[in-house]
Design a protein around this ligand. Structure first.
Ligand code: IMP
Length: 422
């Protein structure tokens, strides 16, 4: 039995959805513990493409339980849309989904504030997904948030919402934005609440009972290590703990019940939004975009691209306690020669083995590269390690070694079958 925390070891979009889908085969329960519908996990199954935002990827496999934990922030209207959209394409959603009654709500004023703050920051903007994630977590920390449990008590919810809307509409007006209609939000949210009611439960108790019964849990991380509110490239981060510890606080499952941490990393690096990306290189970005790759699953934005950054992934291994690694998108490098890997940063004449904490320093870091020969062959049909060209095998082994954890999976394409289990 292994309870596994899956985390992104870079800046998000590491291909976690696909790896979770592969791992779900062995899990009983898949749990989301943080983030909201800023996430977009792409899973290709039976030739069909699914993009999941709030619902754990396990929903696509029959017989798996899916839990949205207390650490997630939920836009109930978006969640109902996601459920209905999945049902329309034949995905069964019923007793296989549970939602924590402690999860906080994302309201329309959170989205409006997210948008306003970004606009007012000008060049200093974070480049958020504008889903209201930061303001919703802000309310949670300020102890002024509304939760799923409130939504299921219509009278109480209406009363609390009215007060919250009055306050937030004053802020929006002061910022020069249009106020939001309380009546409409109340109506839409109560309607969404009724649709979600059957799924809402005390998920902490559910998960503990499942553990007692020996069930295996997969904790599906969203975003990536360097978007973590504490450990990421602050302030260019999201507002939750995307690192392994978030799986405990965001679900109520204690640390000693976690058996392994699996880090997912691309064979190169990408990032959406603002903030430093030390190995960014327009040459690799142009090539990947020309191949139709690296466009965001949630916002459609073209992702920024760079070479593999072992300084970052080594740090991610430390913070998360990564035991095993999955390398994704190895096939993205099939035509590249030579391939660069960043092994250290140079800053003011000094060599750095770990990223500096200050964003202004990180932006001045110069990557120190090693070069590897490309393999210039398609890897998409590989089924086992020995099917890969030697240069591809050597590259994958080297970046895992530089990262400091055991390489256990390599992905060479979006389909479930394009996964080498080592
Ligand atoms: P927010 O989470 O919408 O507040 O955005 C904060 C930062 O995190 C921005 O740079 C976003 O582009 C980034 N971000 C948020 N969610 C994801 C994700 O699922 N994948 C990659 N980047 C993300």
């Amino acid at each position: 039995m292994a309870n596994t925390i899956l985390v992104g070891a870079q800046w998000g979009d590491e291909g976690k959805g696909k790896i979770i889908d592969v791992l779900t085969g062995n899990a009983d329960i898949v749990v989301r513990s943080q983030g909201g519908n800023n996430a977009g996990h792409t899973v290709i199954q039976g030739g069909k493409k699914y993009v999941l935002h709030l619902i754990p990827s396990g929903i696509l496999r029959r017989g798996k339980m899916c839990v949205i934990g207390n650490g997630v922030v939920i836009d109930p209207v978006a969640l109902v849309d996601e459920i209905e959209g999945l049902r329309k394409v034949g995905v069964r959603i019923g007793k296989n989904l549970l939602i924590s009654d402690c999860a906080h709500l994302v309201l329309p004023y959170h989205r409006a504030l997210d948008e306003q703050r970004e606009q007012r920051q000008g060049h200093a903007k974070i480049g958020t997904t504008k889903r209201g994630i930061g303001p919703a977590y802000g309310d949670k920390a300020a102890r002024t948030g509304l939760r799923m449990a409130d939504l299921l008590q219509p009278e109480l919810f209406t009363k609390k919402l009215e007060a919250k809307m009055r306050e937030n509409n004053s802020i929006l007006k002061a910022l020069g934005a249009r106020p939001i209609s309380f009546a409409k939000v109340n109506r839409d949210f109560l309607a969404a609440g009724e649709k979600l009611r059957p799924f809402v439960a005390n998920t902490v108790v559910y998960l503990h009972r499942a553990l007692q019964q020996g069930k295996e849990i997969l904790f599906e991380g969203a975003q990536g290590t360097f978007l973590d509110i504490d450990h990421g490239t602050y302030p260019y981060v999201t507002s939750s703990n995307t690192t392994a510890g978030g799986a405990c606080t965001g679900t109520g499952v204690p640390p000693h019940r976690m058996d392994r941490v699996l880090g997912v990393m691309k064979a190169y690096t990408t990032r959406v939004g603002e903030g430093s990306l030390p190995t960014e290189d327009p040459a690799i970005a142009g090539m990947l975009h020309d191949m139709g790759r690296e466009f965001g699953a949630t916002t459609g934005r073209a992702r920024r691209c760079g070479w593999f950054d072992a300084v970052a992934t080594r740090y991610a291994t430390m913070i998360n306690g990564i035991d095993e690694l999955a390398i994704t998108n190895l096939d993205g490098l099939d035509t590249v020669d030579p391939i660069k890997v960043c092994v250290a940063y140079k800053l003011d004449g000094k060599t750095l083995e770990v990223p500096p904490s200050d964003a202004a320093q990180l932006i001045r870091c110069q990557p120190v590269y090693l070069e590897f020969p490309g393999w210039k062959k398609s890897t998409e049909k590989a089924k086992k390690l020995s099917d890969l060209p030697k240069a591809a095998r050597d590259y994958a082994k080297k970046i895992a070694e530089l990262t400091g954890a055991r390489l256990s999976m390599i992905s060479v394409g979006p389909a479930r079958g394009q996964t080498l289990i080592l």
